[in-house]
Design a protein around this ligand. Sequence first.
Ligand SMILES: [Ca+2]
Length: 201
Amino acid sequence: MATISVFRILTPLCLLILIIGLNDAKVGNDKYYMDKMCGNDHFVFDGDKQPGISLQLTSSSKYKKNFNCTVRFRTAQPSQRLIITIEKMDISDCPGDSLYIYDGTTLLNKDSKQQCGTPSPFTFTSSTTQISMTFTSNSAVESSGFQAAIALHFPMIASCPQNLGFFQCKNKNCISKQLQCDGRNHCGDETDENQCSILSG
Ligand SMILES: [Ca+2]
C-alpha cells in the first residue's frame, strides 16, 4: 500500500517537473550581458533550445567608466546569417561613449546617431557569419547602455517554411519559429511579434 501511495504522489510530481522542463525549452531568449563577455566569441546555434539572444550592455543600472569591450557573435554554419536589432539605446555621453556594430569588418551603424544617444530602434542583417560589437566609454557620465535582440537568419532555406519550424518576417528575414511571439523583436521589423494577440486570442 505504501508503495502505491508513493507512486500516487511521485507520478504527478514527475509530470509537473516534465511540463516545467518543456516550458523552459520553449523560452526563445537566453539573456547575456556584454560586460561579462568581453573578448569572447559567442556562437548562436541552430536548433538550440534558445535560438535567440537577449543582450544588454550590463546587468547594473549604469555601465562602467573608461570601459572598452568587444564581443563577437558567430553562426555555426557558413550558410547562416545574424539579425541584430537594437531595441533600446541610452548612451547619454554622446559621442564620448559609443557602440560600434560590425558585419565582419564593415561598420554597420555608420550613422553616428545610431552609435550613441537615444535613437529609435534599428536593425541590421549581416552579410557574413559574424557580428562584432565594440563599446567604449570615457571617464565622464554613464548611463544604462543598450538592449539588443540577436537571431539567426536562414537565407538559404527557400520560402522559409513555417511547418518546418521557421518564420518568415515581412522584411524576408527567416528566423526560428520559436522566436515568434516571445516579446522580442528578432525580425527587425517586429513582424514576429505583430500577430500575437490574434494567435493567443
Ligand atoms: Ca521575437
